[in-house]
Design a protein around this ligand. Structure first.
Ligand code: PLP
Length: 390
């Protein structure tokens, strides 16, 4: 699984070394956290030249930042590491996944490219951001086969998630990238992580993460990041500078630490998720199971019984939105993560009112199954329970 190799090193090696290569020479082991908001300089002419250079290309400043909204050394370590894991030239971190997506939309809109082509389902708030046109964009929803026909002269972006939130539907990224022609493809890789899939290798120009999820990995950091080529990264840094959605340095530190265990966490949780998906599929109380071909730690399923009763019945599993933490979470997308999407659009995208989405963590599989088993038992309406028992 982690046989992915960067130019010289395997993914598992990059996960613990990328963004830290200079530390030993500095006599350090853990990366320093730089909390400065401003950086002293006695040479204003030099600062003017550095600001001019940033305004021209958005390239990272040589030397210390001028001001923290222009960049931060601790955050830059995380960006370097994530770019190495995704196999891109650069990465730009933001205060949340939604801030990252907003920056991409603003970068394109500022070039007059306000039209977005997107494939449902997407995470509920991504869907909402596009559908409501919060940032002045206009969206055309289509299926992967319809992408080429949906492109217009002012199309600035094609957006997909694979596996998608919450149905775990997959798209053929290589085929979609081909259909995009010269329009940048943004692939949200939050669910797969670079451990299971590297969209840039398949032609995606932009790889987005809600780093709040697997990259952080412990449910205690909110962040977003876009991995991409240096040219696009420059525009994203300029948008970040102008709009202010920066990542806090402490979050950057925690994300870098999270990356170091990413391959181990994803591999272990995926094995448990695959086992649970198999048991759920064989269970008569379960109407359907969604588990991606590429694997992963997310499982979605529909119950015959009341999905709300499953949520209220779990005892070990945490009934909470979000995903990618070391502990297992379960939620009802129609009530929470995708509530903001119009009900007909949501159902049309395959998000039924009975669907439950589970993010499998690192607990023992038998303990998780015991909890699911008792929650499913408590959710059976009497008639269904009787027919299931037959
Ligand atoms: C697939 C996906 N993309 C983007 C986001 C938005 O990320 P954030 O909550 O960090 O803003 C989420 C959040 O759940 C998500 O699941």
């Amino acid at each position: 699984m982690d046989t992915h190799r960067t130019a010289t090193r395997a993914l598992a090696t990059e996960a613990v070394h990328a963004g830290r290569d200079d530390l030993a020479r500095q006599g350090l082991h853990a990366p320093p956290i730089d909390l400065s908001t401003t950086y002293p300089s006695y040479d204003s002419r030099a600062e003017a030249a550095r600001i001019d250079a940033f305004a021209a290309t958005g390239a990272e400043l040589e030397g210390p930042p001028v001001y923290a909204r222009l960049g931060n050394p601790t955050v830059a370590r995380f960006e370097t590491a994530l770019a190495r894991l995704e196999g891109t030239e650069a990465a730009v971190a933001f205060a949340s996944g939604m801030a990252a997506l907003s920056a991409v939309l603003l970068a394109r809109a500022s070039m007059g490219l306000r039209h977005v082509v997107a494939v449902r389902p997407l995470y509920g708030c991504s869907d909402h951001l596009l559908t409501a046109g919060v940032l002045g964009s206009e969206v055309t929803w289509t299926d992967p086969a319809g992408i080429a026909d949906a492109l217009r002269a002012d199309t600035g972006l094609v957006m997909v998630e694979s596996p998608a939130n919450p149905t775990l539907a997959e798209v053929d990224l290589r085929a979609v990238a081909h259909a995009c022609g010269s329009v940048p493809l943004l692939a949200d890789n939050t669910f797969a992580t670079p451990v299971l899939q590297r969209p840039a290798e398949q032609g995606a120009r932009l790889v987005l993460h809600s780093a709040t999820k697997y990259l952080g990995g412990h449910g205690d950091v909110m962040a977003g990041v876009v991995a991409c080529d240096e040219e696009f990264a420059g525009r994203l840094r300029q948008v970040r500078f102008a709009t202010g959605g920066v990542l806090h340095p402490l979050a950057g530190y925690l994300l870098l630490r999270g990356l170091s265990t990413l391959p181990v966490r994803v591999r272990a949780a995926s094995a448990t998720a695959a086992e649970l998906a198999g048991r759920l599929a064989a269970d008569p109380r379960v109407a359907g199971v969604h588990y991606p071909r590429i694997g992963g730690a997310m499982v979605a399923f529909e119950t015959h019984g009341d999905p709300h009763a499953v949520i209220s019945g779990v005892r070990l599993i945490t009934p909470a939105v979000s995903l990618g933490s070391v502990d297992t979470l379960i939620q009802h997308p129609a009530s929470i993560s995708h509530r903001i999407v119009d009900a007909d659009d949501r159902r049309g995208a395959g998000v039924s009112d009975r669907l439950l989405r589970m993010s499998v963590g690192l607990e023992d599989v038998e303990d998780l199954w015991a909890d699911l088993d008792q929650a499913l038992a408590g959710a059976q309406v009497p008639a269904e329970a009787a027919s299931a028992a037959r």
